[in-house]
Design a protein around this ligand. Sequence first.
Ligand code: AMP
Length: 127
Amino acid sequence: MENIFSRIVSKEEPANIVYENEYVCCFDDISPSAPVHILIVPKKYIQSLATIEAGDEKYLSEILLASKEVAKMKGIDQSGFRLISNCNHDGGQEVNYLHFHLVGGCRVGHMISLPKAAKKAMKEMGL
Ligand code: AMP
């Protein structure tokens, strides 16, 4: 699957890469939502969390290890950070290449922010 993240991984497209190894590539998000906003992607095309397979374990564990390394590099491992992966339509995934957002550098607020209509629907369901 050829898209922006596969081109960044193969260096056909520029990005500010902050950390990489054989399994992962980590680069600045082009439109940051927090003072630190790094994208962590596997160096194997995986569409999303909904398509991971047995055999992808090494890439997935390297993503978690890279998040710790990048947080340390950015000096936010002690203050804290959040790791998010949006999956498909309802998860708000825009780029069809598995990626994790590492965000921090300030308190990042409530975990999820539902649209008003979804909050109303939940209320109606008694949730
Ligand atoms: P998501 O909505 O989870 O698919 O997130 C996609 C993210 O990719 C967004 O936060 C975008 O700002 C980011 N993005 C898109 N194109 C680029 C790019 N060329 N370099 C870095 N980040 C990008």
